[in-house]
Design a protein around this ligand. Sequence first.
Ligand code: PMP
Ligand code: GLU
Length: 388
Amino acid sequence: MKTIQFSHRIEQVGPSQTLAITHKAKKMKQEGHDVISFGAGEPDLDTPEFIKNAAIDALKKGMTKYSPTSGLPDFKKAIIEKFEKDNGLKYSSDEIIVSNGAKHSLFNAFQVLLNEGDQVLIPSPYWLSYPEMVRLSGGEPVFIETNESDRFKIKPKDLENKISSRAKVLVINSPSNPTGVIYDRSELEEISRIAVKHGLFVISDEIYEKLIYDGKKHVSIASLNTEIKNVTLTVNGMSKAYSMTGWRLGYLAGPREIVEKMDNFQSHATSNPNTFAQYGAVEALLKGGEEIAKMRDVFETRRNLMARELDKISKCSYVCPDGAFYFFVNISKTGMDGARFAEKLLEKQVVAVVPGDVFGSARHIRLSFATSEQNIMKGISRIADFLK
Ligand code: PMP
Ligand code: GLU
């Protein structure tokens, strides 16, 4: 067969390893293996019933047609209320766009902002799709390294040192995937001063906003002042807080001119996200407070349990996550790198974890605690056995 000449864009990227590992673990389970998966970046709990019912009602009422590309007016209204209530942010309808998941919102934002060679500053460890989306959009990812002793957070001087004349966008992800750490108000104030001073756009990925523990509070960088709001794109979505990963609904708020370009782009690429799913999401945003709080409590209990179990393994150390549902575990004392650790652990103990190198650190593995307490006990004890 003739060799296919693929686009340079696609030659730069492979498949998403978080998704690949999650699917592999699910498949092994279906085949009858007693697999414990700490791979999944998705809540194991089901979507609450009242959300499903709202989508079913919409479907039955014939809400089966295109909606406006940038989202149903009712959904946008609920998003505007959410931003105002939860984040102290005021947006109008033309400053909001709904997409097929937060991943899609992020991708579209990079597509409309980046030209060949534009740099995007990404704190490392990072969620694995940011650099790939940047590359697919013609940009160049520039990583800002962090240390465990700083709780994996960027230092203002390290950020400034990385800003070149080609720097255009800074990505902030709080709470972070894979480390779970959050930036507090004063840290965000320093970052925002630097971003404004150097004319950077900020993409603030706040998808784990509702999963924060120990009574800590989420701060949206755009809410700090008008100057930073004018250059920030705030991204959020339904996947994590409402257990709606498969519904594929995310949204973004930001300057009108940028949102308008994203709308143009999306109108040719995908059109609107699923119409009846959006009706379910309206209900989730308007009435989901109690359910969210319950799910958050479940995750906090699991986080505490996973921490206690990991503490029993001397070769593993971690920075305790403030939010999200991941432990980024340093396994360098085992003498293995993350990839080898993950491969051998799956082979010998049928436990799936994500190697840290896909997030920018070969000395770590990522464990998701979006799984039952029983699985957490069993899985960590298998890791202990593996290291004996
Ligand atoms: N951002 C981060 C940090 C994530 O972990 C995820 C998880 N998939 C996403 C964005 C995208 O979420 P979704 O597309 O399901 O809304
Ligand atoms: N974000 C989740 C994770 O990091 C889901 C998979 C993905 O979209 O990458 O595992």
